[in-house]
Design a protein around this ligand. Structure first.
Ligand SMILES: [Zn+2]
Length: 192
């Protein structure tokens, strides 16, 4: 259970403030200490879930200037959803009472670019491209339309993925939001 019940709005404010610090290079580096690690021996109480891409340039703890025990992070190339990723998000939302889930797409995403380009892919890469495919139809002309569309698509998939999610969302205890990280500016923008 959460020590202090944080709302999704409060969680979002923390992420926004951390991203501002990141952009302005005013890092506070919270919760990175031996004391913090020892506090966490009693359990974890992350205030947000971030489903992001494995790309080495988009680590959520850095983009949001957060530390240990703050974010429940799932990273997979293209930030796509499968049953194991879904189970991981459910664990945080349903068992740790984490109130906010951010699906974080990003610019220069190699997985999205490969899926858009089509053609032969080796090994297990076709699984990723296949998962991305439904998000890549009817793209508008906004910048980074494919990456944004994918974040929105995955957030919508999550929202409709289970009865418990819907119940939590109805009473305001869970919010799932798509977002986009721009590598050029450092800004994490919420998508509607
Ligand atoms: Zn990526």
């Amino acid at each position: 259970m959460r020590e202090t019940a944080m709302t999704w709005q409060g969680a979002l404010e923390k992420l926004k403030a951390g991203n501002r610090r990141y952009i302005e290079s005013r890092f506070k580096h919270p919760n990175k200490s031996v004391e913090r690690r020892e506090e966490l021996l009693d359990g974890q109480n992350p205030f947000a879930v971030v489903l992001g891409c494995s790309d080495s340039r988009v680590p959520p703890e850095i983009l949001f200037d957060r530390g240990q025990g703050d974010l429940f992070v799932i990273r997979v190339a293209g930030n796509v959803l499968d049953d194991i990723v879904l189970g991981s998000v459910e664990y945080a939302a349903l068992h740790l009472d984490t109130p906010l889930v951010i699906v974080l797409g990003h610019s220069q995403c190699g997985a999205v670019a490969a899926a858009c380009a089509g053609g032969e892919l080796e090994g297990h890469l076709p699984f990723i491209a296949e998962a991305l495919q439904p998000a890549l139809v009817d793209l508008g002309d906004e910048p980074h339309a494919a990456e944004r569309s994918n974040a929105r698509y995955v957030a919508a998939q999550l929202e409709s993925s289970g009865k418990r999610f819907a119940e939590l969302a109805t009473v305001g205890n869970l919010k799932i939001l798509p977002a986009f990280f721009d590598l050029e500016t450092g800004l994490v923008e919420l998508l509607d």
